[in-house]
Design a protein around this ligand. Structure first.
Ligand SMILES: [Zn+2]
Length: 238
């Protein structure tokens, strides 16, 4: 082996790195879409919950309203009886009854007011969620178009790099090809080449013996780091 072999390996490893960067950009572009989609699903679920809540609240309101109507009728009847009461005892009894109904009426009116307030708040939230869902539907379509265009560009770049890599691979000897194939299998998502600095692997800090270090530095031996298994190159990454 000679230094030319290591130069080719290093170039291949650098190109592979570039591909990984483009792939990670594709992933991050696609994440933009999935983030908005996830948020929209959450909002749609929330909207369903709010609508159910409003329905229940309104049902409660109608019940309370009926109750109020009944109490008002009772109060009217008591008031009629009051005007017809002949004894002071009767008068006092009717008065007592009216006090009770009035208190019930006040309580129901207050409750109805609270229920109305709750309804208003729910309607406001429903409105906001609906607007968000409508607005974000348009943005989502825009983002999807943008992401498709951006990812197509990234894919084009990857294709160009792969073509360049193929040229380098074609120039390799059968042994070189087999070394590169093994490295790619072992490190599909990382750099596969490392260097020595003062006898230490720059990737995992594992030490190499003096004798071996000298052979690696001269490029006369193909050696992998005993710990991280990367190819030890005499040439440094630029
Ligand atoms: Zn190592």
């Amino acid at each position: 082996m000679n230094l030319e072999f290591f130069a080719q390996m290093l170039e291949l490893d650098n190109l592979k790195s570039k591909i990984l960067t483009h792939q990670s950009q594709i992933q991050s572009n696609s994440n933009r879409v999935s983030t908005v989609e996830k948020f929209r699903v959450q909002s749609a679920e929330e909207l369903t919950r709010l609508k159910k809540n409003l329905e229940d609240t309104h049902h409660h309101f109608l019940q309370q309203e009926k109750e109020l109507h009944k109490v008002e009728q009772l109060l009217t009847r008591s008031s009629e009886r009051q005007s017809q009461a002949s004894t002071s005892q009767e008068c006092a009894a009717v008065e007592q009854e009216m006090k009770l109904f009035s208190a019930q009426k006040d309580k129901l009116e207050n409750e109805l007011f609270d229920v109305l307030e709750t309804e208003e708040k729910l309607k406001k939230s429903i409105n906001e969620k609906t607007q968000f869902l409508e607005g974000s539907e348009k943005s989502l379509l825009q983002i999807k178009d943008e992401v498709i265009a951006l990812n197509n560009k990234e894919e084009d770049e990857i294709k160009k790099i792969q073509e360049r890599m193929q040229l380098y691979i074609n120039e390799l000897s059968p042994t070189g090809k087999s070394i590169w194939t093994d490295l790619c299998k072992r490190f599909p998502k990382e750099n596969a080449i490392t260097f020595l600095q003062n006898g230490t692997c720059q990737n995992c800090r594992s030490h190499v013996g003096r004798n071996l270090e000298s052979q690696i530095e001269k490029g006369t031996i193909i050696e992998h780091c005993s710990q991280c298994k990367r190819l030890l190159s005499p040439l440094k990454r630029v």
